[in-house]
Design a protein around this ligand. Structure first.
Ligand code: AMP
Length: 401
């Protein structure tokens, strides 16, 4: 039987990721990635499951031009085109407006635009993608799925900063949290693996990719998370510093002649694993360098794990008694060493690792990598695209989220 498909659109600041996904099975029929947009090196790879890969150079292209090239390739696939029932857009910041996927209309576009001040790199790019897709597929429903939505259940105690309250009331300066689509997916997958309803589970989910965040989930609701007003807060990441003393920023501005733009660049693009190691933001590169005796790489990995363990301990207050700790994202799913080191730091809280199960990423034990007598720790691969596809499909079908 030919089932319905959803076109999933994910616009980064200089990239465009597209996929045609079957919501139920999660099967991908087409995947495309345009990178380095706005530069002379811009290019796109389109991978049709049946017909194979095409690589296209797109010098200086923007999101709209890349989308046009993708749509032109897609137009020859008449049968597949006819099965697409919706376009689902990842939108980074939904502020306090959105708690679940919504149909895109004038009001939604205006609200996404209103949140651009809070996500200046992401929301304008997301809007570009939405406009380009609407131009090409005006007859299809377009759905927006927000990175912040899953965290809209955070209690006030977890989302306010300890600064004058009127800054929240008048300017919405609060913690929002990101990677919500991934944490939501991990919750549902953990529930499936544990064989229990999500709303009866207490979980701690770790999305550890180039960006990293952790989320405390209590009975199916996000109750604390590490990213804040922006994705800069929290864990050590590939190029982002995560938490630091705000006094350090004042010092850079007042005593070291940094401009706000330079501080932004320093903390978002030159810090984290890259800043500490002076070598790379990529954990695989650092793991190899550390093994060859590179001290800075070793330090970067050690700081990453220590800060992660400290954060897990802190988040535990919101989700005890814990049913499972979940590792995910490129690092969480693949790095035996990072999981081992982090869990070793957590031994005082009773966590332990089964070395054999960890070495095969829990693949033979339904994801479980901890001994049975200790807290349940799982490795679960994330899949944001399938959540985006499902979010749109259930909205179209009129199901409640
Ligand atoms: P993501 O953003 O989820 O694609 O994750 C990217 C991060 O995952 C990069 O830091 C990669 O180096 C890391 N990663 C992928 N595979 C491995 C691996 N086998 N061991 C360690 N890190 C990995």
């Amino acid at each position: 039987m030919n089932r319905s498909l959803v076109l999933v659109v994910n616009c980064g600041s200089s990239s465009l990721k597209l996929a045609i996904v079957e919501p139920e099975s999660g099967d991908r029929f087409v995947e495309a990635l345009a990178e380095r947009l706005f530069t002379a090196q811009a290019g796109m790879t389109i991978h049709f499951r049946e017909a194979g890969k095409t690589v296209i150079r797109l010098p200086d292209a923007d999101h709209a031009q890349a989308f046009e090239v993708f749509a032109a390739h897609l137009s020859t696939e008449k049968e597949m085109n006819s099965r697409i029932i919706a376009v689902s857009h990842r939108v980074v910041h939904g502020g306090e407006y959105f708690r679940c996927p919504v149909l895109v209309d004038g009001d939604v576009l205006q609200k996404i635009d209103a949140c651009s001040g809070l996500a200046p790199l992401h929301n304008p790019a997301n809007l570009q993608g939405i406009h380009a897709a609407i131009r090409h597929f005006p007859e299809l429903p377009h759905v927006a799925v927000f990175d912040t939505a899953f965290h809209q259940t955070l209690p006030e105690t977890a989302y306010v900063y300890a600064i004058p309250y009127e800054l929240y009331e008048k300017h919405q300066l609060r913690r929002y949290g990101f990677h919500g689509t991934s944490h939501n997916y991990l919750m549902l997958e953990a529930a499936r693996k544990l064989g229990r309803p999500a709303d009866q589970l207490n979980l701690l989910t770790l999305h550890l990719g180039n960006g990293c965040s952790a989320c405390a989930i209590r009975q199916g609701r996000s109750v604390d998370t590490t990213m804040g007003l922006t994705p800069l807060e929290g864990l050590v990441m590939g190029t982002r510093s995560g938490d630091l003393d705000p006094g350090l920023i004042l010092h850079l501005l007042e005593h070291m002649d940094f401009s706000p733009k330079e501080v932004d660049e320093l903390l978002n693009r030159r810090s984290g694993l890259l800043g500490l190691s002076g070598l790379s933001n990529d954990m695989r590169t650092l793991a190899q360098a550390a093994q060859s005796g590179n001290r800075q790489a070793r330090l970067a990995i050690e700081v990453f794990c220590f800060r992660l363990a400290k954060t897990i301990a802190a988040l535990s207050v919101s989700c005890s008694p814990l049913d499972a700790l979940v590792f995910s994202g490129g690092i969480g799913e693949n790095s035996v060493q990072i999981r081992q080191r982090t869990l070793t730091w957590l031994a005082p809280l009773g966590f332990a690792v089964d070395e054999q199960k960890n070495s095969v990423h829990g693949k033979d034990s339904n994801g479980r990598i901890s001994p049975m007598s200790t807290p349940d720790v799982r490795v679960i691969p994330t899949d944001e695209e399938v959540m985006l596809a499902r979010g749109a499909a259930s909205l179209i079908a009129g199901e409640s989220p």
